[in-house]
Design a protein around this ligand. Structure first.
Ligand SMILES: Nc1ncnc2c1ncn2[C@@H]1O[C@H](COP(=O)(O)OP(=O)(O)OP(=O)(O)O)[C@@H](O)[C@H]1O
Ligand SMILES: [Mg+2]
Length: 490
């Protein structure tokens, strides 16, 4: 025990306990910040954007900022702390389910001695979906709203500060900005320019015109270094160092790398989405299956030259990561009828000694109703009907397995689901032996070499059919609030 007597030890322990209690009660007093986070906190710009790649620490600091404003104990904003009277803030998220992980962070930051009223807390559901509001001792409030509520729901309120987490449409920005003018308030955005409801050119222009202060930080070790010199770590202790960053970058297809990793505005034009990772020598080979694989069929009802594309896949679920084998495919020309499509698909199955009933998962594209005056689009229902006819099923016999509809992004932007799918395939291609295409699928091999994405890509139908075929694997766990330390795509 050295020179410290028993009494000294008790005192020391007491001091530690007191400090612990103090930290618990005032969680933000001891927070450490990175340079980027510090610059965000100290900026007094009325309109600002914190722009970084995923996991950069945007939401964390932006929520802390709201919290410290609410208690007028902001370490870098004496101007704010000296505001008279209660202040009113909003936090805007894309949806209520997206609000929950943010509410968890916010909840853990609250100094409860300063809060007089808050809705019931539920670890799984946060504060609920009823536009929850937290009221502080001086009458200051922090309210949660979502972009799904539509611009009109925001009318009338006057706010001192609004935080928009994640990209929004210009209409939301305009509407929300009007809410802060009367009180000379601030509007802050914290986002990675992905999965936006539309192009973000308007925001980029506002930044270029310096209407909005653009706080942009690419992902380098610097981004994760606290001001005391130590590096941020994942919950499991892994330091977020150059090697970790390198690994994150590798796992994202080149086209989106700059956006997702560095918070860049633009997709990078590449030769092809998979050029970097796909090679005939690694991914094209004859293979033997042992019959224990899961058989999947992915169907795309395209809008271009091929209106019906089906890809037959075998997925070996036994290894840690599912191993994908592309067995065969059918591409039906534009003017083929659904009954011809059904015949062609069944014929392909027969080539491999299979019947429809041998399939485990069948997933098709959502029906296309688009295009004024276009009635030639195809759907899962139509195809399913023709399949039951071809198979001579009786009236009461349902097609088994049925054709399920693939998950696509809800709302106006299905782009998130495309990105998720392409990224999933990209990662599978990176892992040895995890993605093998049979040499007979020559058009797919060409597609893997040339596919660049976008709605006019001539190889899109094949890659889409693969995405749908693997929909179960790509989208499982999607609805959970992912808190794993890997990059999360939304
Ligand atoms: N200064 C900090 N101190 C402690 N933990 C931090 C800090 N900054 C970030 N973190 C941790 O890193 C996690 C990820 O940060 P955050 O959610 O802010 O990232 P993000 O940039 O908003 O990412 P996304 O693009 O995925 O929304 C946080 O949940 C938090 O646990
Ligand atoms: Mg975030």
């Amino acid at each position: 025990m050295g020179k410290m007597g028993r009494g000294g030890l008790v005192q020391a322990l007491q001091a530690v306990r007191q400090l612990q209690e103090h930290v618990e009660r005032h969680p933000l007093t001891y927070a450490r910040w990175t340079r980027a986070q510090s610059e965000y906190l100290s900026s007094t710009a009325r309109r600002k954007l914190l722009r970084m790649g995923n996991r950069g620490g945007k939401s964390f600091v932006a929520l802390a900022d709201v919290q410290m404003r609410a208690t007028k104990s902001h370490p870098c904003r004496p101007d704010w702390n000296s505001r008279r009277g209660p202040t009113h803030q909003w936090i805007i998220t894309v949806s209520w389910s997206q609000a929950v992980p943010l509410q968890r962070i916010f909840h853990s930051m609250i100094d409860w001695s300063r809060v007089v009223k808050s809705p019931n807390w539920d670890m799984a559901k946060g504060w609920g979906k009823d536009s929850p509001t937290i009221v502080y001792e001086d009458g200051s409030t922090v309210g949660w709203r979502t972009m799904r509520q539509g611009p009109l729901a925001h009318a009338g309120a006057e706010l001192d500060h609004i935080l928009i987490d994640e990209p929004c449409a210009i209409e939301h920005y305009r509407e929300l900005e009007r809410r802060v003018v009367t009180r000379a308030g601030d509007l802050s955005l914290a986002l990675t320019p992905v999965n936006a409801p539309g192009p973000l050119d308007w925001l980029r222009d506002l930044c270029a015109e310096k209407v909005v202060l653009d706080l942009h930080y690419p992902m380098t070790e610097e981004l994760f270094r606290y001001e005391d010199g130590s590096l941020r770590r994942l919950p499991d202790g892994t330091p977020m160092d150059a090697a970790w960053i390198e690994e994150q970058a590798r796992s994202v297809p080149m086209i989106w790398r700059d956006i997702v990793i560095n918070g860049g505005w633009d997709e990078i034009v590449t030769d092809g989405a998979f050029t970097e990772v796909f090679s005939k020598s690694n991914h094209v080979a004859d293979f033997k299956l042992d019959g224990k694989e899961i058989l999947c069929l992915g169907i795309d009802h395209g809008t271009q030259a091929f209106t019906e594309t089906a890809v037959l896949l075998a997925v070996d679920e036994r290894p840690e990561y599912p191993q994908v084998y592309v067995i065969d495919l059918v591409e039906a020309p534009e003017n083929s009828s659904p009954s011809e499509d059904a015949k062609a698909i069944l014929k392909m199955l027969r080539r491999h000694g299979l019947k429809w009933g041998n399939l485990n998962r069948v997933t098709g594209d959502i029906a296309h109703y688009g295009g004024r005056g276009k009635f030639n689009r195809k759907s899962n229902q139509e195809l399913a009907y023709e399949l039951t006819r071809e198979m001579r099923l009786s009236r009461n016999q349902a097609l088994s397995p049925p054709i399920r509809t693939a998950k696509t992004g809800k709302g106006a932007s299905p782009r998130g689901s495309v990105r998720r799918g392409i990224t999933w395939i990209h990662r599978a291609l990176l892992r040895e032996g995890q993605f093998t295409i049979h040499p007979r699928c020559s058009s797919l091999i060409e597609a893997m070499e040339k596919y660049r994405g976008g709605s006019t890509d001539p190889h899109g139908h094949l890659v889409d059919a693969i995405r749908y075929g693997l929909d179960f694997y790509i989208n499982r766990g999607q609805r959970r609030n992912v808190t794993t330390p890997t990059i999360v795509f939304r």
